[in-house]
Write a protein that binds this ligand. Sequence first.
Ligand SMILES: Cc1ncc(COP(=O)(O)O)c(C=O)c1O
Length: 437
Amino acid sequence: MRLPEGLSRDDIVRFERTHVWPPYTSSERHASHDPLVVVGAEGSWLLDADGRRYLDAVSSWWSCTLGHDPPRLRAAVRAQLDQLIHVAAGGITHAPVALLAKELAEIAPAGLVRTHFSDDGSTAVEVAIKMAFQYWQQNGRPRRHRFLALSGAYHGDTLGAASLASLEEFSGVFGPLLFEIVRPPSPDEPGGWARVVETIEQTLRTRRDEIAGVVVEPLIQGAAGMKMHPPEVLQRLRACTHEIDTFLIADEVFTGYGRTGRMWAVDHAGIAPDLLCLAKGFTAGILPMAATMATARVHDGFRGSADRALMHGHTFCGHPLGAAVAREVLSIYRDERIVEGVAPRAARIERVFHDRISSIPGVRRVRTLGMVGAADLGESGYRGERGPAVQDAARRLGLYLRPLGDTVYVTPALDIDLACLEQLLDGVEEALRACAP
Ligand SMILES: Cc1ncc(COP(=O)(O)O)c(C=O)c1O
């Protein structure tokens, strides 16, 4: 694998620095940073233009649950390309999307039987809150126009999703454009999660007429720094949303598709939400496609005259290529028992983080769940400088990390082979030791 004819690595970097506007990167850093110029990716490996290989410890922002470029997904794209590339969804359907919706209904948490397809995780969340809002508008509770979302929440970068977020770094500057959210205290404050949940329960009781839904990243708040909470939090959220009869919206964009060791993070709590948001692992990170799943009750709230229809759609809703890939992802999960394969790998991540990484000088605390391991190096959050230093050290060792500020984490492919996983964990340990104070 190499660069297209006549192009050098320097050309790519120059064009990139001159014309690309990258995400989450200051112009100063963009102008001086030497990017990885990737020419190929396979399994857990990235191959750069100089022929060096890097183990991808974060699976392309948590999405490549089956590693890079799995042959079966490549074949699924090819087969669908030969059949039908794309038609928009206005009054049209096709086999990939109809079959995918049926198959999702069979494996989703109980009761989620309807799927609205879109393009990315932010949009999947955006659609969920619009569904919840519109539902109450036209089903007798028009004052229900507020959402409750947790402290530390991140649900994407579009304005609705950004309103739900409490991460100042991502959405602070857009404050005047965002809508108001009901926000319980942080679990980092005295009282921890117990106080958070009690506050939510009280708030829902006193503001029952206002709350259109409670939005949660089940078990792991990814962008907040892989912060974890116990399944009981989800059980209590389910119970109190039931009590006042409002919606529980589970954003499983990151935690879905086996990342936590169960197909859905909500499975750990034995609960099912009213709305479920999926992306990333939905196509195993191969194509941009997302889904918002709803119960029959939510969908029934949109029956009737034309003005009761869900007023949301995109040109690429239910793209045949994405749908074909998403179906093949489900087949691979079935045939290769992907979620069952997480346990031995998760045990290894847990052991290395707790036995070896936790004792490295400068590591303040570690935590793991399923195919996620995280180590905090400081309290400076997303703008911390210690994580990026570890990232640079890891790169020199042939490992691609992308810390969240001072939180260094791994989110490898769910089917990573055990030898690669050992190499990856050894690399993280070595990079952390190299940067120890
Ligand atoms: C929990 C969660 N929700 C939503 C999103 C947004 O997804 P996307 O980047 O595909 O818009 C993310 C992205 O990291 C996420 O972690």
